[in-house]
Write a protein that binds this ligand. Structure first.
Ligand SMILES: N[C@@H](CCC(=O)N[C@@H](CS)C(=O)NCC(=O)O)C(=O)O
Length: 194
């Protein structure tokens, strides 16, 4: 989405990822260059001639600085901290969504319903908090809004409309931004199995 919002898609090749479901709960073999690029063995990772980055936020901030003249995240000052406050909570949602998904993929006898409930509660609490950030959202669909919109879209897709009850104004905001071409082009879908 950051690449599309910056209008720099011509500089990138988009490749469909494939992985086995067991990646969520077990260490699975990956190509050596992948493990070097991302020792945490999570995607995304960005490898350039000068820097290797993992973590979406670091990568998006890199794109913002190198190709976006800091249009999607201020270089410094109050606007930067305001955006990071939102990004941190939205990223907390995304991490909880991913951990909940991994737990749901475990075999019945291994699965912890307490852990699943804890991740769900965290998600709902953070969506309610993000709703209070709405007045700080400006005209630019920046990294704070992108991260928030990704969290909303993933929850809708994977877990249904529960979050909307906790954050109805956020849901109304999301329904508008979900019409953006960058959102439409990157709607979540099941990853093909490797
Ligand atoms: N906060 C991280 C989350 C990265 C993440 O968890 N990616 C998932 C795929 S959506 C992954 O690689 N999972 C494999 C694993 O946890 O081993 C980011 O935004 O980069």
């Amino acid at each position: 989405m950051t690449i599309l919002e910056l209008g720099i898609e011509d500089r990138f090749e988009f490749v469909q990822t494939r992985w086995p479901h067991s990646w969520g709960t077990q260490t699975v073999a990956m190509p050596a260059d992948f493990t070097v690029a991302t020792p945490v063995m999570r995607i995304p990772a960005l490898v350039t001639d000068t820097v290797t980055l993992t973590d979406s936020h670091a990568i998006c901030d890199y794109l913002n600085a190198e190709f976006g003249s800091f249009r999607l995240l201020a270089r410094e000052g109050a606007a930067r901290w305001r955006a990071l406050a939102t990004i941190a909570v939205a990223n907390g949602v995304l991490e909880a969504q991913i951990m909940r998904r991994a737990e749901l993929l475990r075999a019945d006898k291994e699965r912890s319903n307490d852990f699943i409930a804890k991740m769900r509660d965290r998600t709902i609490r953070c969506f309610a908090a993000l709703e209070t950030h709405l007045p700080t959202f400006g005209d630019t669909f920046d990294l704070a809004q992108i991260t928030t919109a990704v969290a909303c879209g993933y929850d809708d897709w994977r877990y249904g409309p529960d979050w909307r009850g906790a954050a109805p104004k956020l849901a109304a905001w999301y329904d508008q931004v979900a019409q953006r071409p960058s959102m439409k082009a990157t709607e979540p879908a099941e990853t093909p199995q490797r």
